[in-house]
Design a protein around this ligand. Structure first.
Ligand SMILES: *[C@@H]1O[C@H](CO)[C@@H](O)[C@H](O)[C@H]1NC(C)=O
Ligand SMILES: *[C@@H]1O[C@H](CO)[C@@H](O)[C@H](O)[C@H]1NC(C)=O
Ligand SMILES: *[C@@H]1O[C@H](CO)[C@@H](O)[C@H](O)[C@H]1NC(C)=O
Ligand SMILES: *[C@@H]1O[C@H](CO)[C@@H](O)[C@H](O)[C@H]1NC(C)=O
Length: 260
């Protein structure tokens, strides 16, 4: 019974979601104009455009023309630019775009990857003068996530490379990027396990990370170490002696080891 009740509701949810998503597919650039532009706009409009660019980009909106009935505080007719609930601008008149202006002067950078435009006109006929409305273009501008003001040094532990729509972290030599794709941890060579029982690590507190060194010795004073005794953890994740050997030393019966 309860399933029977819930199924139509679930369908509605999915359909509503579908409608919202398909109505706002992110694009890299686009154009918005008032209805019928550049023909005069009609009265009693309340038009909304939700502009969306992909994640990792910000939206740069540029008005190429504004010709809207002027009123105090743009009370009657206006084009409003909003980011969520924040007002970024409200325009009317012709004062915002004049012939001598450099292109791009009336640009608004969204703090995020979307902007909402709301075009409102009142019910009164604009009289003898007719206004053409507005025309704007917008484009996605890649965010450089690696700049200090954006990153604040926390996004990548070591190195940050900006990519279109994102960024990639990398690590210094001898360090490995962790599964979080951001943190770097030194390469760990692991504890070397001598194949022969007589060989042992004699370092007091052996550390096994990149550039740590460990020292080998023999269990018994009746054995002596053949080969190098100090090995260092390499960036590639293996132990190598200071002489360059990757084979562990051997303990051989013979001359008394002077260490003991
Ligand atoms: C925004 O777009 C305008 C017009 O294309 C351009 O002149 C301006 O430099 C852009 N601003 C940024 C920050 O990309
Ligand atoms: C790290 O990057 C890989 C490959 O780019 C990706 O598959 C994985 O989901 C990322 N992990 C996290 C935690 O973002
Ligand atoms: C390692 O180098 C030292 C001095 O450079 C040398 O005395 C020793 O014999 C070398 N050990 C091996 C195994 O080559
Ligand atoms: C292991 O130790 C024995 C002595 O117990 C020695 O004769 C032999 O050579 C060692 N082997 C290796 C691989 O170190």
């Amino acid at each position: 019974m309860s399933l029977f009740i819930h199924v139509p509701w679930l369908l509605c949810v999915f359909q509503c979601w579908g409608a919202v998503i398909s109505g706002s597919i992110p694009v890299l650039h686009g154009e918005v104009q008032s209805p019928g532009y550049p023909a005069p706009y009609p009265p009693s409009l309340h038009e909304i455009w939700d502009l969306l660019v992909p994640q990792g980009y910000t939206l740069n909106l540029t008005f190429t023309n504004i010709d809207i009935e002027l009123s105090e505080d743009c009370y009657y007719d206006s084009i409003m630019v909003m980011f969520g609930k924040r007002f970024l601008g409200r325009f009317c008149g012709r004062n915002h775009v004049s012939k001598g202006d450099r292109p791009g002067k009336y640009s608004i950078m969204s703090p995020g990857n979307n902007l909402r435009l709301v075009f409102k006109t009142d019910s009164s006929s604009p009289g003898s003068h007719r206004y053409s409305g507005f025309s704007a273009i917008y484009q996605a501008v890649d965010i450089n996530e690696c700049t200090t003001e954006f990153d604040k040094g926390y996004m990548c532990h070591h190195f940050c490379s900006n990519t279109l729509g994102g960024f990639v972290c990398s690590c210094r030599h001898g360090y490995q990027l962790q599964p979080d794709n951001s943190t770097c941890f030194p390469v760990d060579c692991g504890f070397p396990v001598p194949k022969n029982g007589t060989l042992r690590v004699v370092s007091k507190i052996p550390k096994t990370l990149y550039q740590n060194e460990i020292q080998f010795g023999c269990e018994s004073k009746y054995y002596r170490l053949e080969g190098d005794d100090v090995y260092r953890c390499e960036a590639q994740g293996y132990w190598r002696s200071l002489n360059g050997s990757r084979n562990l030393p051997k303990c051989v019966e013979g001359i008394v080891n002077l260490l003991y």
